[in-house]
Design a protein around this ligand. Structure first.
Ligand SMILES: Cc1cc2nc3c(=O)[nH]c(=O)nc-3n(C[C@H](O)[C@H](O)[C@H](O)COP(=O)(O)OP(=O)(O)OC[C@H]3O[C@@H](n4cnc5c(N)ncnc54)[C@H](O)[C@@H]3O)c2cc1C
Length: 298
């Protein structure tokens, strides 16, 4: 008698044809063919092993650095926000899973009298996204405080890697191909919690004054070129307030592109191309996008 191989038991949630609009801070883009919300790391590893070897994968944190095109993503989105959410602090060593919000890490570290993570307070992403982007602000940068990263590959194999195994640059991290972040360990100095909390408040106040924080955007659209600021170049090219469809160059911070309410991903992408062409023409500088663009055009 033949015995059929048993199916792995999955404890996460699989959603089909899921709109991605509510999973990114621009609030735009088409659906994912399927989305998996893992119950935990072990469940995620089991799920990955069920996928075909060539399944397109998109790892999604809080979608604060992603332009998802209007045709959506014809593969599997792995959603980590609110899922891999464990965080522990032990004697200056901080362990955070990839789905933990950066703001929570900043807050909890300050509460534990640790210094060096305040810069994470205003970054509206997950720790997984911060590791992938080498997110930074106000002189702080993610990989300067990372000591170890835990990763997973598409066969569900989990590895512990030292920070010096990665090539890290401004808003860029070279990772081994087809490995994604599950967690990291940060090393922080002992500090003064009250001073850290005051620093967090000052950083958030500064953002509120200089950035359109209440509007749908993905933060800085372009990387700063060496020795200059993308916002200065865009403003000097007369592009503040420039509008295409429902997408607009912010009048408050020229490196932010705002969804004024009805923008499509195509509006945003076309505005990005227009800004890049105008800055090249007026300033002779080729801007590079910081935002990642994924999915298909409709
Ligand atoms: C108002 C505003 C202000 C911002 N300010 C800053 C700032 O000061 N400094 C700064 O650096 N950024 C800033 N950003 C951009 C953004 O918040 C950061 O890039 C952040 O690190 C992205 O995290 P996320 O979880 O949203 O990633 P997502 O946008 O979900 O993903 C970004 C990229 O990382 C990949 N990724 C996500 N999770 C993982 C994972 N677990 N493993 C492997 N790859 C993964 C995704 O596939 C994608 O390519 C800002 C954005 C906004 C909207």
């Amino acid at each position: 008698m033949m015995v059929a191989p048993s199916q792995p038991t999955l404890r996460g949630e699989l959603r089909l044809d899921e709109s991605l609009q509510r999973y990114n801070t621009w609030r735009i883009g088409g659906p994912a063919r399927q989305m998996y919300l893992p119950a935990d790391v072990e469940d995620l590893a089991t799920f990955l092993r069920t996928l075909p070897a060539d399944e397109p994968l998109l790892w999604l944190g809080l979608g604060s650095n992603l332009l998802i095109r209007d045709g959506g993503f014809g593969g599997t989105v792995i959603l980590l926000q609110g899922r891999l959410n464990d965080m522990r602090i032990d004697d200056g060593s901080v362990y955070a899973e990839a789905g933990v919000a950066c703001a929570k890490v900043a807050r909890e570290c300050a509460r534990a009298d640790l210094s060096g993570a305040a810069f994470l307070a205003g970054i509206p992403g997950t720790i997984g996204g911060a590791l992938a982007m080498n997110a930074g602000a106000f002189g702080g940068e993610t990989w300067r405080i990372v000591t170890m990263a835990t990763t997973i590959d598409r066969r569900g194999r989990i590895r512990e890697r030292r920070a010096d195994e990665y090539q890290v640059a401004y808003r860029e991290v070279r990772c081994p191909a087809e490995e994604w972040f599950l967690a990291c360990t940060l090393r922080l100095e002992q500090g003064d919690g009250a001073a850290e909390q005051a620093a967090i408040r000052a950083l958030l106040d500064h953002r509120a004054q200089t950035q359109p924080t209440g509007q749908a955007s993905c933060g800085s659209t372009f990387r700063n070129p060496p020795g200059d600021h993308a916002a200065r170049l865009i403003e000097a090219s007369g592009l503040k307030g420039c509008r295409l469809g429902g997408a607009e160059v912010s009048t408050k911070h020229a490196n932010f592109i705002i969804n004024t309410g009805s923008a499509s991903a195509a509006d945003v992408e076309n505005l990005i191309s227009h800004v890049r062409a105008e800055v090249q023409r007026c300033q002779g500088v080729a801007l590079q996008t910081e935002v990642h663009m994924v999915g298909e055009r409709s």
